[in-house]
Design a protein around this ligand. Structure first.
Ligand code: HEM
Length: 459
């Protein structure tokens, strides 16, 4: 089943051309600016989920606050999401938090805006379509087999999150730079330090701080990747991987992308696709173990498949229930809780004025826990099936975001997760070690606190 979150979002009436709303007369959204300077930052960082739910109960789906040094308006729900997606490059611009702004390459797709962003998306799009994933299925399958056998040979309980992390990293390297001589273990260590820096609350570059170590790791990663890119630049024909497409791209004057831009993009893609896929895959394993009736239905689906040989896009498509389960896991625990934008003019939303330069928070987690979802706290994969189809309202189901910034790697992630899950279901079983803390880390990524300790065996 191909999963596709559309980029086309209808505009909202309040901001459509010719709207008669006089923005300057509208009140600010309800809420509090908190303490001088600090605002409500501490409560937000401590537990952003609780922060959102408490204020939502008090003020509804539109409220203001002051976090991370800036005024912000939180918007929750499908309608708000449609307004945010429609506003990109009109009344809104993308905005990353300060650490990410300092550590992600300035020329990567996530950092650029306007027509440069659209051009880059056009360049990347052909390499991330559902159909393109066909080449990767056998390569992903081979890597997953290899890793699952290593898990099995451990013979004693291990942290599934760490094991999934190693697997996802190696798969990402293959997609990005091919079966090259990249030392995945070395890169993975650097990557971990870099990502920790990306989420650090205090982005001051002092050695031995999380941010300082992140800066050093980013530099080392770049030094490692630079000769690899330089060598690939010399090839007359590029292999079919993302680096190949970045190096083959030409602008209107026939010029290639500068090497620094290629490096920015490679690092960004590695970052954007890693912890997200690790979180969804680990939480899928956890939820299957916690819901034996769902696990049983998934196993039955695998047994009943007509095609039992190597996996293909067609055989993956013939697993609708598994896809419903993956989708429901990402509804209950979205790997990305939300994203930020900034207003580029005074705007009206929901009868309120949002001044120019304020941050806007897109809330994926909040959206997945409100209307139109029935009993949203229940893990219920049937809600994703064609009969109930609860996700049909546009903007209600947004694990991959939406609009012009919808996730570039959504098909890659869905295919990879389906391959991992199918091979797990066919050949292995796993139990959660009792007594561990399965509650989710509140920030930055919702993974089980103890790393998901599992006992793993063959079926
Ligand atoms: C389960 C896995 C994944 C989830 C849940 C996820 C989620 C998201 C979300 C919510 C956004 C939108 C952020 C925003 O609106 O600012 C996004 C953007 C992005 N994702 Fe993913 N992602 C996943 C996997 C991947 C993979 C595997 C790749 C690449 C190989 C990738 C590459 C990107 C890129 C480059 C962007 C930025 C797009 C832009 O700014 O135009 N993601 N992702």
């Amino acid at each position: 089943m191909a999963y596709d979150q559309t980029m086309e979002i209808p505009a909202s009436p309040e901001n459509s051309p010719g709207s008669s709303v006089d923005v300057s007369r509208l009140p600010l959204p309800p809420g509090s600016s908190g303490l001088p300077l600090l605002g409500e930052t501490l409560a937000f960082i401590r537990d952003s989920g609780k922060f959102l739910e408490e204020r939502r109960r008090l003020h509804g789906d539109v409220f203001r606050s002051h976090v991370l040094g800036e005024p912000i308006v939180f918007l929750v729900g499908p309608e708000a999401n449609r307004w945010i997606f429609a506003g990109e490059n009109k009344y809104l611009r993308n905005r990353w938090h300060l650490s990410a702004r300092k550590l992600l390459g300035k020329q990567s797709v996530a950092m650029i805006n306007g027509s440069a962003h659209l051009d880059r998306r056009r360049l990347l799009a052909p390499h991330f379509t559902y159909a393109t994933m066909r080449h990767f299925v056998p390569r992903i399958e081979a890597l997953v087999h290899q890793h699952l056998e290593q898990w099995f040979s451990a013979k004693q309980p291990f942290k599934a999150v760490d094991a999934v992390r190693a697997l996802v990293f190696e798969v990402a390297i293959v997609l990005l730079v091919g079966e090259s001589r990249v030392d995945a273990a070395y890169m993975s260590r650097l990557f971990k330090r870099w990502v920790a820096g990306l989420f650090s609350a205090v982005p001051v570059d002092i050695p031995f701080t999380t941010f300082g170590r992140g800066v050093a790791a980013e530099k080392e990663m770049r030094e490692y990747l630079t000769p690899l890119v330089a060598e690939r630049e010399k090839l007359a024909e590029q292999p079919p991987d993302t680096l190949g497409s970045l190096l083959s791209a030409r602008d209107e004057q026939g010029q290639p992308l500068p090497r620094d831009t290629v490096l920015d993009e490679l690092q960004l893609l590695l970052f954007a696709g890693h912890d997200t896929t690790v979180t969804a895959t680990s939480n899928l394993m956890m939820m299957l173990a916690q819901h034996p009736e769902v696990l049983e239905r998934c196993r039955r689906e695998q047994q009943e498949l007509a095609e039992k040989g190597p996996l293909t896009l067609e055989s993956l498509r013939a697993m609708p229930y598994l896809h419903q389960v993956i989708q429901e896991v990402m509804r209950v625990i979205p790997p990305v809780a939300g994203a930020f934008r900034v207003t580029t003019e005074d705007v009206a939303y929901g009868g309120y004025r949002i001044p120019k330069g304020w941050q806007i928070s897109l809330s994926i987690r909040g959206t997945h826990r409100g209307a139109p979802w029935t009993s949203p706290e229940r893990f219920d994969p049937d809600r994703m099936g064609s009969e109930r189809n609860e996700q049909k309202s546009q903007g209600a189901y947004i694990p991959f975001g939406g609009g012009p910034r919808v996730c570039v790697g959504q098909h890659f992630a869905m295919v990879e997760m389906a391959v991992v899950a199918a091979l797990l279901l066919r050949g292995y079983q796993w139990e959660l070690v009792p007594g561990q803390d399965l509650s989710l880390i509140p920030f930055p990524i919702p993974l089980p606190c103890d790393g998901l300790l599992v006992r793993f065996s063959r079926r």
